[in-house]
Design a protein around this ligand. Structure first.
Ligand SMILES: Cc1cc2nc3c(=O)[nH]c(=O)nc-3n(C[C@H](O)[C@H](O)[C@H](O)COP(=O)(O)O)c2cc1C
Length: 199
């Protein structure tokens, strides 16, 4: 299954949890991928990423919380229906890894060098892309999700967040096996985004 890095980057696509089969990827494999993914550039070597590898019970709970957030206006039947759908889709995902970014704003480093906040987020983003590529390499599809579920008052407790006052959620990485073929994405021509002084 191992591929070259270029092929992996080109092949990876976001895949919806609704497309995942029931088969649960081996948590030992996911832990191994997390260990590898941590090897990313990191200014000041702060190691800001925190990982929460959820079991089925917690995944279902996160789905329920998201459903509640979506259906916040209970008088709107469309929102209530959408909330139920989201709760079902998210709650049934065979895998969910939450990645947060830990920065202590009261630390000497953050007070002296406030750019560490963005730098820590950048490191966490590198780690998330590492994870997506490593998952792809194992034939596991994934989706990087963000969303208002973070604001649900029960979210931090549900995932057992260690230091909620210092952590912000970077990604909900839903993952699972999928047979769904996804077409290639199209991009703007590189010339429109690249100024190349070498030619
Ligand atoms: C920071 C970040 C947040 C994202 N949040 C969501 C999300 O909440 N819901 C969603 O469907 N996709 C989300 N995505 C996935 C993007 O929608 C997806 O990467 C984009 O459509 C391009 O498709 P591709 O990943 O297949 O190339 C997110 C991606 C990133 C990097």
């Amino acid at each position: 299954m191992a591929s070259g890095i270029k092929e992996l980057i080109l092949r990876r696509r976001t895949s919806k949890p609704a497309n995942f089969s029931d088969r649960i990827p081996d948590p030992a494999l996911i832990r191994d991928l997390i260990e590898t993914a941590r090897h990313a550039p990191n200014h000041h070597r702060t190691e800001p990423a925190r990982f929460y590898l959820l079991d089925q019970e917690r995944i279902k709970e996160v789905g329920r919380l998201f459903g509640e957030v979506v259906a916040v206006d209970e008088s709107d039947p469309a929102l209530v229906e959408r909330g139920k759908k989201k709760a079902r889709e998210w709650g049934a995902s065979p895998g969910l890894l939450v990645v947060t970014c830990h920065t202590d704003l009261d630390s000497e480093l953050a007070r002296n060098k406030p750019t560490v906040i963005e730098e820590n987020y950048a490191t966490c983003s590198c780690i998330c892309q590492n994870l997506l590529l490593l998952l792809e390499n194992e034939g596991i599809s994934a989706k990087w999700g963000t969303g208002p579920v973070f604001d649900h008052p029960e979210f931090t407790e549900t995932i057992g967040m260690q230091a909620p006052e210092c952590e912000s959620v970077v990604a909900l990485l839903f993952y699972g096996y999928s047979e769904t073929e996804l077409s290639e994405r199209t991009y703007a021509p590189l010339e429109t985004h690249l100024r190349d002084f070498t030619v």
